[in-house]
Design a protein around this ligand. Structure first.
Ligand SMILES: NC(=O)c1ccc[n+]([C@@H]2O[C@H](COP(=O)([O-])OP(=O)(O)OC[C@H]3O[C@@H](n4cnc5c(N)ncnc54)[C@H](OP(=O)(O)O)[C@@H]3O)[C@@H](O)[C@H]2O)c1
Length: 372
């Protein structure tokens, strides 16, 4: 009996010690290292880089080596880039679980910043067949806050529709794909169904409202007073101004709720979902430790016990979905909403603005000219 207690106590101590070490390792932030100079003979470009986690002050606008495309890669001269909350999560290395998931423990493994881009193909690797120099393209890839980036041709890249500007195309990547996957793949939205978009005025929300309309749904957007007209203008059938009304008290029932905000307990949404409705969590989790895990874990725990479905999405920038969004823009059904513009040297300010959570549509970084 005594031995059993001793073994149990030993295990408990071991797990507590492990937890303390893990907590320390994951939350530890190493000191910033200086940006390495461009090696002699190499071509350089301007880019935004970071070598340590922290606030916008860790971002450096500097000269780095211009990338060279591998055999399967496309080298893009970036005309515009789009900002996402993901950028400041990378910058801060928060939530800490991201560090364990591969972005780097203590310091970022990859110093490049930015994902969404639009630009002109400069050159292509030997095995690239789909693109050639001069093609206007857009999509997502690591290092979009730079004059050039390389993207494998089979990843999130597509030709830019001629009727869409570079800045509009640069705004699409993560937000557009997340909205599409939330509605179509996770929400299984059908024509004629009622969908509520919580956070309708943000990057993902402005795409979600439009895509849900294209899919034939009856769309309710939730936003603040100052954004009501904009959310109506992009197609919402109904708008709930969260400053004056709580959607939980609307008396309506929705087949699908897509949630970018996370401001209401999961279970309280059951009353505004149809009996077999779906609740898709896109974002809104706050905090560095338990906050981001609490809602998805809560969703996984709730779902088996209720008829309604609660899930969290992890969007993937696929070639097919970037192409699908290109098609919707080309046909004039989908038009990105742009909020503010910044220069490449001002990315820190752009990210600071994104962190306020007050963006109306997308934030754009202007980097190059369409014609050199
Ligand atoms: N899971 C994934 O794969 C995935 C993919 C993309 C994004 N995300 C996450 O999804 C979230 C949204 O992304 P985003 O790009 O849309 O962010 P965003 O552009 O920063 O969203 C800002 C918008 O949220 C609105 N908002 C703030 N509080 C609100 C409330 N209580 N009710 C309704 N609207 C409110 C703001 O309007 P007001 O200023 O008027 O309040 C603003 O227009 C972020 O947390 C992001 O990290 C997750």
């Amino acid at each position: 009996m005594l031995l059993r207690y001793k073994i149990g106590g030993g295990f408990l101590l071991f797990f507590v010690a492990l937890l303390i070490v893990l907590t320390f390792v994951l939350s530890h932030t190493s000191a910033c290292k200086p940006v390495l100079p461009v090696s002699s003979g190499a071509e350089s470009m301007k880019a935004l880089v970071y070598n340590c986690y922290g606030g916008p002050e860790v971002l450096a606008y500097t000269d780095v080596e211009k990338p060279v495309p591998a055999a399967d890669e496309v080298l893009v001269r970036v005309i515009a880039a789009g900002v996402n909350p993901l950028d400041w999560h990378y910058m801060r290395g928060e939530p800490y679980v991201m560090r364990a998931m591969g972005i780097g423990i203590g310091a970022p493994l990859d110093s490049r910043m930015g994902v969404d881009f639009a630009g002109v193909v400069e050159s292509v690797g030997m095995s690239v067949t789909e693109y050639q120099p001069g093609d206007e393209v857009f999509g997502g890839g690591p290092g979009a806050f730079a004059e050039y980036l390389v993207v494998p041709e089979d990843r999130g890249i597509a030709k830019k529709p001629a009727n869409i500007s570079f800045e509009q195309a640069a705004s699409v990547g993560i937000a557009g794909v997340s909205a599409m996957q939330a509605l179509r793949d996770y929400g299984k939205l059908q024509s004629g169904q009622k969908v509520l978009i919580n956070g309708a005025s943000g990057g993902v929300g402005t795409f979600a409202v439009q895509i849900a309309k294209i899919m034939g749904a009856e769309v309710t957007g939730v936003c603040s007073t100052r954004n009501v007209d904009m959310v109506k203008a992009i197609g919402a059938d109904h708008v709930i101004d969260y400053k004056n009304e709580n959607y939980l008290e609307s008396g309506e029932q929705y087949d699908l709720i897509v949630d970018m905000v996370g401001n209401h307990p999961l279970l309280s949404n059951r009353d505004v979902l149809t009996p077999d409705g779906k609740f898709v969590i896109v974002g809104g989790a706050s905090g560095n430790w338990l906050g981001p895990i609490a809602r998805p874990v809560g969703a996984a725990i709730i779902s088996p016990f209720v008829e309604q479905e609660f899930t969290m999405i992890l969007a993937h920038l696929t070639k097919d979905d970037v192409q699908a969004l290109a098609d919707l823009m080309e046909s004039g059904q989908l038009t990105p909403v742009i909020d503010r513009h910044y220069e490449l040297s001002e990315v820190a300010d752009a990210i600071e603005y994104s962190e306020t959570g007050r963006a109306r549509g997308k934030i754009i970084i202007d980097i190059g000219q369409a014609t050199e």
